[in-house]
Design a binder for this molecule. Structure first.
Ligand SMILES: [Zn+2]
Length: 161
């Protein structure tokens, strides 16, 4: 597990952290790898994935406080997570999912100040979740190809919530 080639993870590990919040940043949705925005949420492909199709769902409001989420935000977040799961099932046929939140640096949060839910597709025979979150993995598919493959499923989906 410690000699794998995953250049985008390496870039993430060694680079200066960009100023500003990746979930709040302005700019082109495609360049930001955003699939869909709704009034309260956005769905994004993780630029530094642990596996192919590693998605993230975040509230559009910049907050790290789970308890501060309104009922509307919670509802939309969870609907968006379900939509991610459906898109991945239809496009990639995974055998299972890890879905979860890392709150705080001690818990492994890469972006501490803006909470987000990871939706990670899993296949039988791949590594267990702990090794996935703790180590580098080989991603045999380019990021843009992954984005292009998944985008139609989000474009075709009915509005969240
Ligand atoms: Zn933010």
């Amino acid at each position: 597990m410690d000699r794998l080639w995953a250049p985008w993870r390496l870039e993430y590990l060694v680079q200066e952290k960009p100023a500003g919040c990746i979930f709040c940043g302005a700019g082109n949705e495609r360049e930001r790898l955003i699939f869909k925005t709704t009034p309260h949420t956005l769905i994004m492909l993780n630029r530094y994935p642990y596996v192919n199709g590693h998605l993230m769902v975040a509230p559009r409001r910049h907050t790290a406080d789970l308890a501060s989420l309104s009922q509307e935000e919670v509802l939309e977040l969870w609907s968006a997570v379900a939509l991610c799961q459906q898109a991945l099932i239809q496009s990639a046929g995974p055998d299972g999912f890890n879905i979860g939140i890392n709150l705080g640096k001690a818990a492994g949060a890469g972006v501490e100040e803006h909470l987000h839910i990871h939706v990670v597709p899993r296949w039988s025979g791949d590594n267990n979740f702990m090794s996935v979150v703790a180590d580098l993995r080989v991603i045999p598919e380019a990021l843009e190809a992954c984005y292009d493959r998944l985008l139609p499923f989000f474009q075709a989906a009915p509005q969240v919530s």
